[in-house]
Design a protein around this ligand. Sequence first.
Ligand SMILES: N[C@@H](CCC(=O)N[C@@H](CS)C(=O)NCC(=O)O)C(=O)O
Length: 206
Amino acid sequence: MLKLYFTPGSCSQASHIALEEAGAVYEAQSIDFSNQQQRSADFLRINPKGRVPALVTDKGILTESPAILAYIGQSFPGTPISSPADPFEFARIQAFNAYLCSTVHVAHAHKRRGSLWADDPAVIEAMTLKVASNMSACFDLIENTMFTGPWVMGETYSIADPYLFTFAGWLEGDGVDPKRFPKVYEHSQRMAGRPAVKKVLSVAAG
Ligand SMILES: N[C@@H](CCC(=O)N[C@@H](CS)C(=O)NCC(=O)O)C(=O)O
């Protein structure tokens, strides 16, 4: 059986929603950042990077959200989250998710994880101050050039939707008004009404 290691509200939320959308049979194991469980010996055996998400499959362990999302999208054909067979359409989804993973997530991470890039507290503070403007720039680009609507890729829901929903949920905490991006904001509202999303958020709420 699949087993997802997740932390509520983190990027792992996207994989969690995708598993629910797929109707997958899976176990969900919460990792508590407040006591550094992600750095425990037990969890480092699952993911030596000390990060969530990690997905245990019958073939081995997958890490990195875009890879886990792609795995779920391809493993559950005929479900709302299934990925298109057409290579170009699939690559478009991967391009969107790669942008979220490699650029948007890194922009957000400068808020709490600045010590990964600098030791000087003044430099860390300066990086923290850039988070709102960098996240705004990323979401301007998504809103104006990448988001098709009504779903990220157009008429068909995909693994890009729970991933965007998760990152859009970080905007307010990053000092950015989500209503500045009307298409993405409306998408978040619609996502929040989906049963799979409600179920995952209720787990997060305890
Ligand atoms: N590139 C990875 C990033 C994973 C990641 O950074 N996860 C964060 C939560 S959003 C984490 O586990 N942080 C724990 C820590 O920094 O100690 C992915 O997309 O899955």
